[in-house]
Ligand binder design. Structure first.
Ligand SMILES: [Zn+2]
Length: 540
């Protein structure tokens, strides 16, 4: 076993307002999961620091930190002008007295401008006293539009860092769509750091390390909302060298916090589950069938796909990535087929299937707004191209799946016992209730059902009613404990591993299952046995 030390820069504990009843929040839950995954330390913020009074929450956080030397605290702070916080010098002294070396600001939630006039003095104090400042931003499809996920706009970040060039700033919560915004910021500001709990872009660690160096990339888990194992696997299975992995896993954070020593090792415990053991070692699974039930693909040599940077997304790159984890086969629909041009998409998928037989399995894309001759199109994609899957897509056609526009295709799918990957539509449960009984022989794979406990409940409701339904998990949220929740309610034989690669890197999605608290037999079903059965039902 390696000696790498893992130090999470992005965990939160404590109560907040909106929360699913299944979502864990206690410090004890965090400590237990850290040990399960082998994460040695965590930099922890308290939810009340965001949702209630910073000074009040900071005192509460200190109490929680006493529960384990593995925990380091982030204080919630704001400028002092309105007398809600100590002036910057006194605040920094108080932080030092309590061993707090990082601060987090929530200007949008706390309703103040992230401007030099209001925040400059505080930022100067952090800059001079080497306090790591954390903000959330770069989220959602347009990271420079204000919304609940962007505490700081990237333009504001740019201005602040230009005024305070020695300030060390960690950006949390950014997503892959932000890459073209983040690139110029990271290039301009050497003290800007990035964590990857949300930023699961394809090969993100390798890409960002190549651009800016591994010194600026940090392991962030987003616990307890997110699976810690997902984030840890992202580091372990990426193809950076050992020295770079050590930096990302923990050394960078320890350096930024000016810690004298790294969090200590755990007492070694035997790991009986070979899937968990392989994941912890960062080696490919052997003797386990792993089928990615939900993936896409781009054209050969693609570097981007319209609204996002998406490198290494072609057939050979995805094949290479799959080998690092031991993924045996991948079920793909083309990004362009889903998004804009179904014919080009089917061609890209067909080409990949020909070059990597048995590895790539095709989902056909047909857009009712274009298709005139269903018979001919179906004969081509399912007959000649041997695609066993259907990938209708509500968000880009605007057609609910129960709409008559899809019927000729679904009737074929039903006769031939094909499988259909369904991305949620508006009024999803009603749409499925109308659709599924019409096609009892077709298998319905509901996509993204692990995105939240709420969507899992919708999926469970549908799956309980109809036997020809499975729930596929993938989403950036890698919701902690939701896989276990689905297994508990509908059984492991109805849950499917999927990744949505190459938009998302497949590794975190893989780690989410590998580190789950399911049994080995359940993980085997989820990883591949279930999908193989679904594929074998197809009547050609
Ligand atoms: Zn997808």
């Amino acid at each position: 076993m390696n000696e790498r030390v893992y130090f999470d820069c992005s965990a939160m504990i404590g109560k907040r307002g909106p929360k699913d009843e299944e979502t864990r929040f206690a410090t004890e839950d965090l400590l237990e999961e850290m040990e399960w995954c082998g994460i040695h330390g965590a930099l922890v913020a308290h939810w009340l620091g965001k949702e209630y009074d910073p000074a009040y929450s900071n005192r509460k956080l200190l109490k929680e930190l006493r529960k384990s030397p593995r925990l380091h605290g982030v204080w919630s702070v704001m400028p002092h002008h309105t007398d809600e916080m100590l002036p910057p010098r006194d605040l920094v002294q108080e932080m030092r007295d309590h061993g707090i070396r990082a601060a987090k600001m929530y200007p949008r939630t706390h309703h103040y401008p992230f401007s030099e006039d209001f925040c400059g003095e505080l930022l100067s104090a952090f800059e001079e006293e080497n306090i790591l400042l954390i903000v959330e931003g770069g989220a959602m499809y347009h990271p420079d539009i204000f919304d609940a996920f962007n505490q700081v706009l990237l333009t504001e970040l740019d201005a602040a860092m230009s005024r305070h060039p020695r300030l060390h700033l960690l950006l949390q919560g950014s997503r892959w769509e932000a890459t073209r915004y983040l690139y110029p910021l990271m290039a301009k500001h050497r003290n800007l750091y990035l964590e990857f709990s949300n930023h699961q872009a394809n090969r993100a660690l390798e890409v960002y390390a190549g651009w800016f160096g591994a010194e600026r990339l940090l392991l962030g888990t987003g616990a307890l909302d997110k699976s810690m194992g997902a984030a840890k696997a992202f580091v372990d299975y990426c193809t950076l060298g050992e020295e770079q992995k050590e930096l990302v896993a923990g050394k960078n954070l320890a350096r930024l916090l000016h810690l004298d020593s790294m969090p200590g090792a755990y007492r070694p415990l035997p790991v009986r589950d070979p899937i968990l053991r392989a994941a912890k070692a960062g080696v490919p699974l052997r003797d386990v069938l792993v089928v990615d039930a939900h993936a896409h693909i781009s054209h050969d040599g693609a570097r981007g796909t319209g609204f996002m940077h998406q490198p290494f997304s072609d057939a050979s790159s995805m094949f290479e990535r799959a080998r690092t984890m031991g993924i045996s086969s991948v079920c793909i629909s083309a990004w362009v087929g889903v998004w804009a041009d179904y014919e080009d998409g089917n061609q890209i998928v067909h080409d990949a299937m020909k070059r990597y037989p048995r590895f790539y399995h095709g989902y056909a894309t047909l857009q009712p707004q274009y298709v005139k001759d269903w018979k001919r199109e179906i004969a081509k994609v399912h007959g000649r191209y041997r695609m066993g899957g259907l990938k209708p897509y509500f968000p880009r056609t605007g057609l609910p799946y129960s709409h008559a526009g899809w019927a000729p295709w679904f009737e074929y799918g039903n006769r031939h016992r094909c499988y259909t990957l369904i991305h949620p539509s508006d009024n999803f449960v009603a749409d499925m209730n109308a659709l599924i009984p019409r096609y009892p022989e077709m298998h319905f794979i509901l996509a993204h059902q692990g995105g939240s406990f709420g969507s899992a409940r919708d999926g469970i409701e549908i799956a309980t009613k109809f036997p020809n339904v499975s729930l596929e998990i993938t989403l950036t949220s890698v919701t902690y404990r939701v896989i276990e929740f689905m297994v508990e309610h509908i059984g492991a034989e109805r849950v499917l591993f999927g990744t949505d690669q190459p938009m998302r890197d497949p590794i975190p999605q893989f780690g989410w299952v590998a580190y789950s608290h399911c049994t080995l037999a359940q993980k085997r079903r989820i990883f591949g046995e279930n999908m193989r059965k679904i594929q074998r039902r197809v009547r050609w």
